[in-house]
Design a protein around this ligand. Structure first.
Ligand code: DMJ
Length: 532
């Protein structure tokens, strides 16, 4: 059979003439081709352009938070593309096994092997969890993967914040825990790659950076090209350690300069707006939040002071001043007696609290005994109240897992009222707060609440190949999103493990957790003094 007859739509010059029908078919085909090409381009743009993660997350999933786990996946090009645990090979043991040891190890081994083929964030984010849980075989396998595959020389646009907290933080912790040189080397190498992000008129870094060209820019949706408080304000701990480990002062200088810029600015009511323009050095929109867009900035002020062996007096002052302004302007009590942290928009309060904001219970507890005017234990009380509110946000759902955001208006308290705020993506913040509260109070209710979360995770999030987020925590049966975020291994499971461990396991006098739960050692006074 001639090949031409197999190709009905190709030109056949030796044929007498093409019938009108075949002509129409050809036209239709071409039209179809053009149309499908157009559709492919649109989808390509949505999925692969650097801003697309934001677009997608806004359209399909969540809108307000800066959560850029998707952007790590997309922007780094290779890594993560998040675990999709429903299609992962079966691991038959559950979360309960976390506390008995063996079975979850098998579970995590499966996650890791899945992650090995996906490359990147999940492995690096999970390194220290493996080490802390004494899963040394898996840790070795992950180390080998890092040695031979983790490569930053790529033409990809990344989120500086996400890469810093997950990759730099993960590598630093793995180095400090294991002493393996490869992690130190890779952390410093990656830190150097991030430095061009600071090339702005003010030194406030860009949010996004192309690792190859060193060209940076900001999220197009962020108030007039602003950088974001929780992003540029969450580099301090890692960069101080990079200077420590590399002997290069420029890492520390970059983050100290951020402080300088902030110190020069007026703060409305003592509050820090979420947006700051890196060109003009002026605030963007006056939105203030202790949840998404703001959260870990406050955390890093406190932890900078703690990690410096309490020598960073400036960090200390900035933290306690900010907390005072937050208490005055953002913290409210509902008529039912629940304390919550609202969001502030140009002076008006939105009576909504995000799951992300729930980390604040742990932060306030951690800072409670250093507070200048806190002789009465007021901050510890406040931390306990926030922990209770966040627990209520879990308790008032069918699944006993907390929604992404919950409200205190329209006759509800600690309940999500909007469909697009009802999802749970395995976030750690509530369990993180239980862990800190347990360490500081030893009140058994925190372990009990943690255990409730374990049971709920096991019942509603466990799927064949791991754990998945759910789309509506108020539903009776789970609708899984089939995503296992890398912070589930880095944070949620680690904080659960520590909640049920002895206090001398990573004691707070020696370790400070970065915002992705990667423990970094306190830099002892004598080291700090020698450097000065
Ligand atoms: C983590 O990546 C970090 O804790 C970050 O600071 C905010 N939230 C996610 C987990 O929810």
């Amino acid at each position: 059979m001639p090949v031409a007859s197999l190709l009905p739509f190709t030109a056949t010059p030796n044929r007498k003439s093409a019938s009108p029908t075949s002509f129409r078919l050809t036209e239709k085909f071409i039209l179809l081709l053009v149309f499908s090409g157009f559709i492919t381009l649109c989808f390509g743009a949505i999925f692969f352009l650097p801003d697309s993660s934001k677009l997608l997350s806004g359209v399909f999933f969540r809108s307000s938070s800066v959560e850029a786990e998707t952007s790590v996946h997309l922007n780094l090009g290779f890594p993560l593309r998040v675990l999709t645990p429903k299609v992962c090979i079966c691991c038959s043991h559950g979360l309960f096994a976390l506390f008995t040891g063996f079975s979850l190890r098998q579970g995590i081994r499966v996650h890791i092997s899945k992650a090995l083929s996906l490359k990147g964030a999940t492995i690096v984010d999970a390194l220290d969890t493996l080490y802390i849980m004494e899963m040394y075989d898996e840790f070795e396998a992950a180390t080998e993967w890092v040695e031979s595959n983790l490569d930053f020389n790529m033409n990809a646009e990344i989120s500086v914040f996400e890469v810093n907290i997950r990759f730099v933080g993960g590598l630093l912790s793995a180095y400090y825990l294991s002493g393996k040189e490869v992690f130190r080397r890779k952390a410093v190498e990656l830190g150097e790659k991030l430095l061009p992000a600071f090339k702005t008129p003010t030194g406030i870094p860009w949010a996004l950076l192309n690792l190859k060209s060193g060209i940076g820019r900001n999220w197009p949706w962020a108030s007039g090209g602003s950088s974001i408080l929780a992003e540029y304000g969450t580099l301090h701990l890692e960069f101080m350690h990079l200077s420590e480990l590399s002997g290069r002062p420029d890492f520390a200088e970059k983050v100290m300069n951020i402080r300088k810029v902030l110190n020069r600015l007026d703060k409305p009511q003592g509050l820090y707006p979420n947006y700051l323009n890196p060109n003009s050095g002026q605030w963007g929109q006056h939105h203030v939040s202790v949840g998404g867009l703001g959260d870990s900035f406050y955390e890093y002020l406190l932890k900078a002071w703690l990690m410096s062996d309490k020598t960073d007096e400036e960090g200390k002052k900035l933290y306690y001043d900010a907390l005072q302004a937050i208490e005055k302007n953002l913290i409210r009590k509902s008529s039912g007696g629940l304390t919550y942290i609202a969001e502030w928009k140009g002076g008006l309060l939105e009576h909504k609290m995000g799951h992300l904001t729930c980390f604040a219970g742990g932060m306030i507890a951690l800072g409670a005994d250093g507070g200048p005017d806190d002789k009465t234990g007021h901050q510890m009380e406040l931390a306990a109240e926030i922990a209770r509110t966040c627990h209520e946000s879990y308790a008032r759902t069918s699944m006993k897992l907390g929604p992404e955001a919950f409200r205190f208006d329209g006759g509800v308290e600690a309940i999500a009222t909007r469909q697009n705020e009802k999802y749970f993506i395995l976030r750690p913040e509530v369990i993180e707060t239980y862990m800190y509260m347990w360490r500081f109070t030893h009140d058994p209710k925190y372990r009990q609440w943690g255990w409730e979360a374990v049971q709920a995770l096991e019942k509603y999030c466990r799927v064949e190949g791991g754990y998945s987020g759910v789309r509506d925590v108020y539903a009776n049966t789970p609708n899984h999103d089939d995503v296992q975020q890398s912070f589930y291994l880095a944070e949620t499971l680690k904080y659960l493990y520590l909640l049920f461990s002895d206090d001398d396991h990573l004691p707070f006098e020696h370790w400070v957790f970065n915002t992705e739960a990667h423990p970094l050692p306190v830099i002892k006074k004598q080291n700090v003094e020698i450097r000065h």
